[in-house]
Design a protein around this ligand. Structure first.
Ligand code: GAL
Length: 371
């Protein structure tokens, strides 16, 4: 890998001048130039205040995200690879992409809409996961707009792709903000009734490297979660987190209760559950991740009703990523803002149906500071 130095302007809140500092681990766009399915693939870099992101159009994927640690050094807080080949050949294909059309699981891949049963791709045991084997994460999106701090990508998913009805046009805009954040704005429209639940599937490690995430502390503003069967399909119940290891209403180390004897933790082999926010509101930090090592705090603001928190329980060290870091057991966590898994099969879950003439929208912002 060729390392490439990007010099960014550091906006210093406590001083009046601007400093310019280099980021050593910024990836070289040349290593991401390729052609997949006859479509051009490339990497773009966007910059806000004290935040830099790199995005590939292969799966509309967040490849790097640099935020400052408590020493004033930039850390890359997302897991990934240092070239496009790394992403194409990875055994875990969910490092940083947009997943969908339906994020997370659909029971046996089946749902019924207006009396018609649809069968989507089965790619996770007997179930459908993250839009199927060749979901939107595996497709080449088109860059449709770009400036220094923002980029918009578009993918038109043909009628029937991965078993979903209707041609769906999906866009996502990434913006590096001037209040040290990365904002994702999604939109989807369809020409026939279908279901929609796209989300971003990044593996965060806010220590900036491939160390255990068990010392990371997490808060989720959720009183309830959706229990599942052993295949991680929701039973339909919406249960309280009170007196369970899933109670993250106060900032708690992820490792503190991850190995306790509790059936939902057995099913997930650790944390792999959907938390239902107590109040659906984009005005409050619905989740907060903090590392006492780097001092980095990441807050998640979203207009979505729920969050899937997955603690990297299936990571096995086979994939080798940026800086030679191995994708070892529990070295990254996914925090996916979303509708509930399998909502198309549960009338008591939020609506997931999108009809012609309607627009699906979703906004999530990751904001950073240090302690
Ligand atoms: C999560 C899912 C996990 C696992 C992971 C990808 O969203 O809940 O079970 O499949 O994605 O490896």
């Amino acid at each position: 890998m060729k390392r490439f130095l990007l010099t960014v302007t550091l906006f210093c809140a406590s001083c009046s001048s601007e400093q310019v500092i280099p980021i050593a681990d910024v990836l070289d766009p040349a290593d991401f130039e390729s052609s997949i399915d006859g479509k051009e693939v490339k990497l773009v870099t966007i910059e806000g205040s004290n935040i830099v992101a790199q995005i590939s159009n292969y799966g509309a994927r967040l490849v790097s995200l640099f935020a400052l640690d408590k020493e004033g050094n930039y850390q890359d807080v997302v897991w990934g690879y240092d070239s496009i080949d790394g992403y194409v050949n990875a055994t875990d294909r969910y490092s940083g992409p947009i997943v969908g059309r339906y994020g997370n699981r659909i029971d046996k891949g089946r749902f019924t809409l207006d009396g018609v049963e649809y069968q989507t791709d089965i790619n996770n045991g007997e179930n459908h996961l993250h839009g199927g084997a060749e979901g939107v994460h595996a497709q080449v999106w088109e860059f449709v707009e770009q400036n220094d701090s923002s980029v918009m990508l578009k993918y038109v998913s043909p009628d029937g792709e991965m078993g979903y009805p209707g041609e769906m046009t999906l866009t996502v805009r990434y913006t590096a903000t001037y209040d040290t954040g990365l904002r994702l704005e999604y939109s989807a429209v369809t020409d026939a009734p279908t279901v929609a639940n796209p989300t971003s599937h990044c593996y965060f490690n806010i220590d900036g490297h491939s160390s255990s995430i068990l010392d990371h502390q997490l808060q989720i503003m959720a009183d309830r979660f959706t229990p599942t069967d052993s295949g991680l399909i929701p039973t339909g119940e919406i249960a309280s987190v009170e007196n369970t290891p899933l109670d993250f209403r106060t900032l708690t180390a992820i490792g503190k209760r991850i190995n306790v004897d509790y059936e939902p933790l057995e099913f997930g082999a650790g944390y792999d559950h959907n938390w239902v926010f107590t109040t659906q509101s984009e005005d409050i930090a619905q989740a907060t991740l903090y590392s006492p090592h780097s001092g980095i705090v990441m807050e998640i603001y979203t207009d979505q009703p729920a969050l899937q928190f997955y603690s990297g329980n299936f990571m096995d060290g086979v994939d080798v990523g940026k800086r030679g870091d191995k994708h070892n057991y529990r070295t990254g966590i996914a925090l996916e803002t979303q509708n509930y898994p399998d909502a198309p099969n549960h009338v008591n879950f939020p609506n997931s149906v999108l009809r012609p003439g309607e627009e699906y929208t979703h906004k999530t912002t990751y904001k950073f500071h240090t302690l």
